[in-house]
Design a protein around this ligand. Sequence first.
Ligand SMILES: Nc1ncnc2c1ncn2[C@@H]1O[C@H](COP(=O)(O)OP(=O)(O)OP(=O)(O)O)[C@@H](O)[C@H]1O
Length: 266
Amino acid sequence: MIELRGVGKRYPGRPAVLRGVDLTLRPRDIVAVTGGNGSGKSTLLRIVAGVSRPSTGTVTGRPAPVGWVPERFPAQQRVSARDYLTHHGRIRGLDTHRARRRAGELLDRLALVGGDATRLRDLSKGNAQKVALAQALVVPPELLVLDEPWSGLDASAHATLRELIADVAGAGGTVVLTDHREAVLEATATVVHHIDGGRLVARTSTVDTAVVDLAGSGPPPWRGMPGVFEAHRDGGVVRIRVDGARCDELLAVALHEGWSVRGVRR
Ligand SMILES: Nc1ncnc2c1ncn2[C@@H]1O[C@H](COP(=O)(O)OP(=O)(O)OP(=O)(O)O)[C@@H](O)[C@H]1O
């Protein structure tokens, strides 16, 4: 468990950005931090990741390794994506062969355009973001900190990113993330905190979501239904993530429209 107690941050010559922040991060939590521009989200994430020190207060229980995706990625390098990731894997204790294999797997999964021999400086913004994500995951982290990870990613990588986040949490890790699109955060996170005036306010705790698998054809009755976060077709089955409180309503409508229920998971 990672604990922040009384954490404050003040940059020289400026008013405090964070004041007295208490935050407990548990294994399997996917924690979103929301707030306006300049409210201190990146500052808080840097402190959680250990990239920046708080001016006051303490952070205890930070595990290793930490996966960290900064808001800006140093993309102006001649090194290839594969060599860059292999290097990061070796820094974190993998041998060259395993680091290279893991780099290839992650870049395949994220569908890096141009292949893993592309030099960092030749990558588009979205592809650079994929390499930044792969860098954070090259050794499965116990703490994954993502500052605006959806920035620039194409739609198919959005779904992959959610899967990668779920993999880390499912393996007992903790994920902390921020983004400007609150709907995206609320569909992904299990806990949402909001920063206001330098203080942290828990807004939603443990968002109850359900995953419903449906088989059938015809117009999708869930389209436009409140509480439906996303729907993906995979072969003959459509997998829908829905607000747990709306799950029965979705099932009733789908059954009425002739779809059959293949599975429901909370
Ligand atoms: N290294 C720094 N030195 C001085 N001031 C800084 C530094 N980093 C951030 N700040 C200031 O601290 C405040 C909070 O910045 P931060 O980047 O944490 O906010 P944010 O909520 O992530 O913003 P955004 O949504 O625009 O990304 C801003 O006023 C910013 O100018």
